[in-house]
Design a protein around this ligand. Sequence first.
Ligand code: 5FU
Length: 273
Amino acid sequence: SPHPTTLIPYAERIKFHTNPTAIKILEIMDRKKTNLAVSVDVTSAKEALEVVRRVGASVCMVKTHCDIFEDFTPAFTEELLRLSKELDFVIFEDRKFADIGNTVSLQYSSGIHKISTWSDLTNAHSVPGPGIIAGLSKVGLPLGRGLLLLGEMSSAGSLAVGGYTEQTFKMAQDAGREFVIGFIAQNRIDKPEKIGEGEDYLIMSPGVGLSAKGDSLGQQYRTPRECVVESGADVIIVGRGIYGVEGGEEAVKSEAERYREAGWKAYEERLGR
Ligand code: 5FU
C-alpha cells in the first residue's frame, strides 16, 4: 500500500511544517506545478546562470555545487538570489557536510562561499552523529534555512543502506523538524510505522534520467515515474539530463519542461487524479 504522505497534496502538507524553507518549497511546488529540481553542475558560474535563466520557470529548486565553479564570486550568488525571486525557486547548495559540529558551522558560514548567506537549503551526512545537525542549525536556523540528511545515495555500492539509513532517519527525528526538513533518499525512508500523525518529511531523489540508465562512474538513473509513483519521492533532481542535452539553449529549456511534465504527471498519478 502507498505511503500515507504520498496521498496528501503538496499544498496540504504545508500545515505540518514550521521551517520557512520547507513551507516555501511546498508553496512553490503547488503554485508552479513542479516537483523538479535542476542541478547546474557546470564549471562556469556564468554558464550556470544561463542554465538557470532557461530552466528557472520550470523548477521548484535550483541545486548547486558552488565549489565546482572556476569563477565563483559574490556577484554569482547575488544574481542567483535575484533570479530565485524573479523566477520563484529555492536554492539548494548540495554541500554534503560531513565533519564535527564546530567545523561544519564554520564551513557553512565562512570561507569564500559563505553558503548560509545565500542557500535556502543544504544537506549533511549523518556519519559524524547529531553534532553535525547542532553545528549547522546554530548558523542556519536563525536565518530560516533548512537541512536534509543523506539517508541513501543514488550511486552503485553506496554504504548508506539498511541500518545506516534507519539510524539516519532516527537522528533526524530526534533532532525535530525545526531545521531538518527531510532527506536525500531513493525511497520513503520515513517508514509509516515510525512516524506519528502529521510528521511530514520531504524526500528528494537524485539519479533521475529519461534516457540514460547511468554513467561510467557509478551513477544510476530512474525515471520520474519510478521515483515519484513507485518510490514515493517528493522532489526529483535532474542534472545532465537537462543541462547536458544537445541542441543548445532552447533544447535545455524544453527538456526542463519535459521533466517537469513527467514529474507532475507522476505526482497526479500517485494522488489518483
Ligand atoms: F546525494 C546525491 C546522490 O545520492 N546522488 C547524486 O547524484 C547527490 N547527487 C547529486 O545529484 C550529484 O552530486 C549531482 O549534482 C546530481 C546528479 O546529477 P546527474 O547529472 O543528474 O547525474
